[in-house]
Design a protein around this ligand. Structure first.
Ligand code: MLT
Length: 246
């Protein structure tokens, strides 16, 4: 089974991801937030790439149980009900609701995965659950594994690479015959360098510093809590409806 990592979704062609097993990681913050939302009982999350598209979908649905969520520049989009802070995604706010979510990088990465065989949303908060879900797939050796780090501004982000490195470290304990591409070996070594202090690494990352500067320091703490949410959100084509619970 071959494991490959991409450091940004932007150059990826969705056709190249057809029939692959994919994990999309956006530690700060979309994959953490989606995991919180599904754990709090959201009926579904529909990730979309643009604000216009989000408005169009909500307009077509005519439903009071559908809410607009997302960020630009890390802040809630004007007129939207929720931003992209996991703290907002409580049971009261999202239970039974369909969430149309647009974020700068994470939601874009998810839109590329619509032809995947399996697509899981991974982060530190559901790390072991994601590894377990992957290791229980009966067809992983045929599909191979592609981890998409959502990155930041079309570029590499340290927090996603460290998370991918920890995920592959744990997965290789379960699947020792896993074949590592150069990108996979790179995240393993990034994890060895930075994995001893996940919270510190997130705080010192470029996006962590930015989030702190706009008042979201608590989200960094939340996002660094390994295995605090034992579920794996699953994207099926264009919608996250299902979650695997452990
Ligand atoms: C993104 O998708 O770019 C992020 O989740 C940004 C954020 O921190 O809200």
């Amino acid at each position: 089974m071959k494991a490959r990592v991409y450091f940004s979704p932007n150059t990826l062609d969705e056709i190249d991801l057809r029939d692959k097993t994919i994990v999309v990681i956006d530690v700060l913050r979309a994959s953490t937030t989606i995991t919180y939302a599904m754990n709090a009982g959201a009926r579904e999350v529909i990730p979309v790439g643009s604000v216009d598209q989000a408005m169009k979908i909500v307009g077509n649905l005519f439903s009071t149980s559908t809410i607009l969520c997302g960020e630009r520049g890390g802040k809630r989009i004007e007129g939207f009900k929720l931003g992209n802070s996991p703290a907002e995604y409580t049971k009261e706010a999202v239970e039974g609701k369909a969430l149309i979510l647009t974020t700068t990088n994470g939601a874009v990465a998810l839109t590329k995965a619509k032809h995947a065989r399996h697509c899981y949303i991974g982060s530190f908060v559901n790390l072991s659950a994601t590894v377990r879900a992957l290791s229980e797939l009966s067809d992983l050796s045929q599909t191979g594994l592609v981890i998409i780090c959502s990155g930041r501004e079309d570029d590499f982000s340290l927090e996603d690479a460290v998370c991918a490195g920890l995920m592959l470290t744990k997965l290789s304990e379960k699947i020792p015959e896993m074949e590592l591409t150069d990108s996979a070996r790179t995240v393993l070594s990034v994890y060895r360098e930075y994995g001893h202090d996940i919270y510190g690494t997130l705080t010192q990352s470029e996006h962590g510093k930015y989030l702190t500067s706009i008042g979201f320091a608590d989200d960094i703490k939340t996002a660094s809590e390994i295995d605090s949410v034992p579920i794996v959100p699953v994207l099926e084509q264009t919608v996250i409806k299902k979650k695997i619970s452990f």
